[in-house]
Design a protein around this ligand. Structure first.
Ligand SMILES: [Zn+2]
Length: 213
C-alpha cells in the first residue's frame, strides 16, 4: 500500500467548507494554466479574482511532486455541472506550453490510486472530457497516468497474495501465502506437521487443533 504524504497548507477559506459530494463519479485532472503559480497564488486567485470560497481543487500537485490538500474531501469547484459528482486535482503549470515533471506524474499516480482505493468505480478524466476547454493541456501525461494506475492495481494484487515458505518442525507446509502482512497456511497441514488432532464442528463452524493426547 502506498503511504501518501499530503501537506496541509494553512489556507483561509471565506466560509466553512461544504460536505463531500454525494457520489464520486469522476477524478478530474486539471492544470492551472499558469506557468509559475503555486498553491497559495491559486488559492488567492480563486478566492479574490473568481470570488469563490478559496482554491477550487480538492488537491494540488506542485512541480516537485508535493501533494497539497486544497478542499480535501469537501465539495470542490472545478467543472461547472460536475462538482456534485467529482473531485478535482490541480497540477502546477501550463501544460499547453510546459512539460509536466516526472515528480508530478509520479505523485498524480499515487494520489489517484489512493482515491481509487476509496472510490473504485470513479473514472480518471481530464477536464476537457467534461467541458469545452484545453485543460489539462496537451502535455498532460494522461496515458502515463492511466498506465501507472493499472500497473499499481496489478502490483497490489501481487502483493495481496505472495507465495511464502512455511516450515513447521522441519516440515515444509504446502500452499503458504502472505497477504497484507499475514501468513496463511492450511490448518490441517500445520496440524499434521505437529502431529496434532484436527477437529471441525460444522454446527458452530469451529476448527480445533489439539496437541494434547
Ligand atoms: Zn481544468
Amino acid at each position: 500500500m502506498t503511504k501518501l504524504n499530503i501537506v496541509k497548507p494553512s489556507l483561509k477559506f471565506k466560509y466553512a467548507l461544504d460536505p463531500p459530494p454525494s457520489k464520486v463519479v469522476y477524478l478530474v485532472q486539471h492544470h492551472m494554466a499558469h506557468k509559475t503559480w503555486g498553491i497559495h497564488e491559486v488559492h488567492d486567485f480563486h478566492k479574490n479574482s473568481r470570488g469563490w470560497n478559496g482554491i477550487g481543487y480538492n488537491w494540488w500537485i506542485g512541480f516537485d511532486g508535493t501533494i497539497y490538500e486544497g478542499r480535501g474531501f469537501h465539495y470542490g469547484a472545478g467543472v461547472n455541472g460536475h462538482n456534485h459528482d467529482s473531485f478535482h486535482i490541480g497540477y502546477q503549470g501550463d501544460f499547453t506550453q510546459q512539460q509536466m515533471t516526472d515528480a508530478q506524474i509520479a505523485s498524480g499516480i499515487a494520489l489517484n490510486a489512493w482515491l481509487l482505493g476509496k472510490y473504485p468505480s470513479a473514472k480518471i478524466v481530464g477536464h476537457e472530457e467534461l467541458a469545452s476547454t484545453a485543460c489539462p493541456g496537451r502535455y498532460f501525461r494522461m496515458d502515463e497516468l492511466k498506465q501507472g494506475l493499472s500497473r499499481k492495481g496489478a502490483d497490489n494484487v501481487k502483493q495481496d497474495s505472495e507465495k511464502v515458505n512455511v516450515i513447521v518442525n522441519g516440515k515444509q507446509i504446502k500452499d503458504g501465502k502472505l497477504e497484507n502482512g499475514v501468513t496463511y497456511v492450511p490448518l490441517r497441514a500445520v496440524g499434521d506437521a505437529l502431529g496434532a488432532k484436527i477437529g471441525w464442528n460444522k454446527g458452530t463452524k469451529t476448527a480445533t487443533l489439539d496437541t494434547k493426547v
